[in-house]
Structures are given as structure tokens and as C-alpha cells.
Design a protein around this ligand. Structure first.
Ligand code: NAD
Length: 349
């Protein structure tokens, strides 16, 4: 039997909180990695895990990721993440959400929750009846908050442009070919921004109809999902799943730039070196995709209006530049450089 301290993903997490409620059947894990910069913020995932140990690993890994992401986004937030262990039927009940909300509340603000896979706005509205430590709730028209997707897309678009400027010496995406994996919220926003600059867009999604709809909207082409990663293009923008950059897929890349919104794009840390060794410019995922959390943070901290949120998102290219500068100076890959910078920011450098 492994204790949480023995998990490979354990990284001196400040709190790992197990929440159990027999009546509703709730089993949840709340991991707070660091509160050095502020309350540990990150969403709640509702997921069926084959083994409870996988849920612990997920909470540990994802909460550490949130510490790094929030720190690199310049937010006054630490990192946390929660997982609710769904049974096979994935039934979610108000009683379960109530017990979960009470569990979040018991941490007294060390953890602030939001949406993640399997948890949407209506669930958070329910949770918010039992704790005030919730973000990502519906907001009044014109107020800061709500769907993070468009903000993430805007930051990814600016990050793609920064990469293009650095690697290709071009100020505009006009005429450049952007291969986008995914046709969902983040991919859609990116494709629209890029189309406005007259980029040539290829899109792949396992949901063919979704890919076609987006391609029609932006004047792009649909590509088969198994071809997008090896397509010849100026930029590959992964905006679907994580762990898509593997030894095999990296060897097949035919792009000078990988810059996209998906979380955890590198399957392993060694894949950061592999991309770098091929001379491909990589935009660390949690830096380029921070637009959504920047928006969510301003909703929770009430520290910026819409213009302020936009201004913070517009700092993403500068952060990427400083990572790439340090990468050039040290020869270390950009993902590794970003991790070290984040560690320093949370007082663990
Ligand atoms: P989404 O659910 O709206 O879209 C994801 C799309 O990816 C879906 O259309 C799905 O069919 C497609 N997809 C899944 N597997 C695929 C595959 N193998 N090949 C091609 N397409 C595939 O999700 P989203 O909100 O756009 O998020 C996309 C990525 O960005 C995720 O990794 C997410 O964690 C990350 N992200 C999202 C936000 C946000 O604000 N929404 C913020 C930060 C990071």
C-alpha cells in the first residue's frame, strides 16, 4: 500500500485532502500543491478511474501543474486541483456536490475550485451553495468571468504569433499554414483569429462534422486525425488532447513551430528535449494557454475589468520570449526552462 508521500507525482504538496461521504457516495481528493502566491486554484475533475491510485496521481500531478501555470501567468494564486472519483455510471447527484462543496469549504480557502473535465457551470453553481471558494460561475453581462475558452484562444493566438516572429521572422500569419489538432472551444477561437490574418488553416478532429463546420467557417481544410501531427505546415497547434508529443510523433513532425493550447502536450519530460533537438520551437503549454485561468482569476480575485484581463493575456508573448531567450542562452529546452522559472516563482527554486 502506497502512501501519498511515496507517489512519484508527490512534490511536497502542502495538503492532500481526502473527502468521503458515505450517504451520497462521494469520494474526492483535493490536492493543494502550493499556496506561496495565493490560494491553491484549479478545477475539479469528475472522472472514472480504474484504480483509486490513479486518481491520487492525477490530483498530485494536475495540482502541481496549476502551481506552475498560475505562477507563470503572474497571478496571485497558488496551485490546487481536485478529482471526484466517479463510479462507472458516472452519476453525479446534488447530494454528492453538496458533500463536495462542504469538503472544499473545510479547507477554509486554501483551495479554490473551478470547472474541469466532467464538471460544468451548473455543477459549480450547486457547489457554490456550500462554499464561497468557487470560481467559473455565471457572470452578469459585461462582468469579468464566464467561459474561459475564448480567452485561452486569444492567448494561444498571440503565442503562435510570437513564435512565428521569432522562428520565421514574420509579423503576420498571412499566407502561413497552421495545422490545428482539435476543433473545439480553444481550436475554434484560434482558427477564427488566424483566419482574420489570412492564415491557411488545416483542421483535424475525431468529430468529423465538428472539423468540417469549423473549416467551412474559417475557409480551411479538414485533415484526417491521424495525419495532422505529421503534416507539413508552418505551425502545428495541438488544441485537443495531452501527451501527443511522443518519441514517435516528434520524429514525424514536419513543422518549425509547435504552439497550441492543449494541456500536457509532452508525453514525458524527455520529449521536451526531443522537440528541441529537432530544432523545433516549442511554446510551453501552460504558459501559452493561460488566458483562461487569467480570466477565471480576475473573476475570483476581482482585480481586473475586461480591459485588464486582455492586458494580462497580452503579456503571454513576452513570457514566451523570456523562456525562449533563456533556452537559447542555456541550451535547455523551453519546457524545462519554464518549469525552473515557475519553481523559482513559487519559492522552490
Ligand atoms: P473541447 O472539448 O471544446 O475540444 C476538444 C476537441 O478535441 C473536441 O472537439 C474533440 O473531439 C477533439 N479531439 C479529441 N481527441 C482528438 C484527437 N485524437 N484528434 C483530434 N481531435 C480530437 O476542449 P477545449 O476546451 O477546446 O480544450 C482543448 C484543450 O485545451 C484541452 O487539452 C484542454 O485541457 C486545453 N485547455 C483548455 C482551456 C479552456 O479554456 N477551454 C484552457 C487551458 C487548456
Amino acid at each position: 500500500m502506497q502512501s501519498p508521500w511515496e507517489y512519484p507525482d508527490f512534490d511536497d504538496h502542502e495538503v492532500v485532502h481526502f473527502v468521503t461521504d458515505r450517504k451520497s457516495g462521494l469520494k474526492a481528493i483535493i490536492a493543494v500543491h502550493s499556496t506561496h502566491l495565493g490560494p491553491g486554484a484549479g478545477g475539479t475533475r469528475f472522472w472514472h478511474y480504474a484504480k483509486p491510485g490513479e486518481a491520487i496521481s492525477d490530483a498530485l500531478r494536475l495540482s502541481r501543474g496549476m502551481s506552475f501555470k498560475n505562477a507563470m501567468a503572474g497571478l496571485k494564486l497558488g496551485g490546487g486541483k481536485a478529482v471526484i472519483l466517479a463510479d462507472e455510471s458516472r452519476a453525479k447527484t446534488p447530494e454528492m456536490l453538496r458533500a463536495y462543496g462542504e469538503g472544499v469549504d473545510r479547507l477554509g480557502g486554501a483551495y479554490v475550485t473551478a470547472e474541469d473535465v466532467g464538471v460544468g457551470v451548473p455543477d459549480l453553481v450547486e457547489v457554490s451553495k456550500y462554499t464561497k471558494f468557487v470560481s467559473g460561475l455565471p457572470v452578469a453581462a459585461g462582468a469579468v468571468g464566464g467561459d474561459p475558452g475564448p480567452h485561452t484562444s486569444y492567448g494561444v493566438f498571440l503565442g503562435v504569433k510570437a513564435a512565428v516572429r521569432r522562428k520565421l521572422g514574420r509579423d503576420s500569419l498571412s499566407g502561413l499554414h497552421i495545422a490545428i489538432q482539435g476543433a473545439g472551444s480553444v481550436a475554434g477561437g484560434l482558427a477564427r483569429h488566424a483566419a482574420k490574418e489570412s492564415a491557411r488553416i488545416s483542421i483535424a478532429d475525431i468529430d468529423q462534422a465538428r472539423a468540417q463546420k469549423l473549416a467551412d467557417e474559417v475557409g480551411g481544410s479538414v485533415v484526417a486525425p491521424d495525419q495532422i501531427l505529421s503534416m507539413e505546415a508552418d505551425v502545428l497547434s495541438p488544441c485537443a488532447l495531452g501527451a501527443i508529443l511522443t518519441e514517435e510523433s516528434i520524429a514525424a513532425l514536419r513543422v518549425p513551430i509547435v504552439a497550441g493550447g492543449a494541456n500536457n502536450q509532452l508525453a514525458t519530460p524527455a520529449d521536451g528535449d526531443r522537440v528541441h533537438a529537432r530544432g523545433i520551437l516549442y511554446a510551453p503549454d501552460y504558459v501559452i494557454n493561460a488566458g483562461g485561468i487569467i480570466n477565471v482569476a480576475s473573476e475570483y480575485l476581482k482585480d481586473a475589468d475586461e480591459a485588464g484581463v486582455k492586458a494580462k493575456i497580452e503579456q503571454i508573448p513576452g513570457r514566451l520570449e523570456s523562456i525562449w531567450d533563456e533556452s537559447d542562452a542555456t541550451g535547455r529546452n523551453p519546457a524545462d526552462v519554464a518549469d525552473t522559472m515557475a519553481q523559482r516563482l513559487i519559492g522552490r527554486g
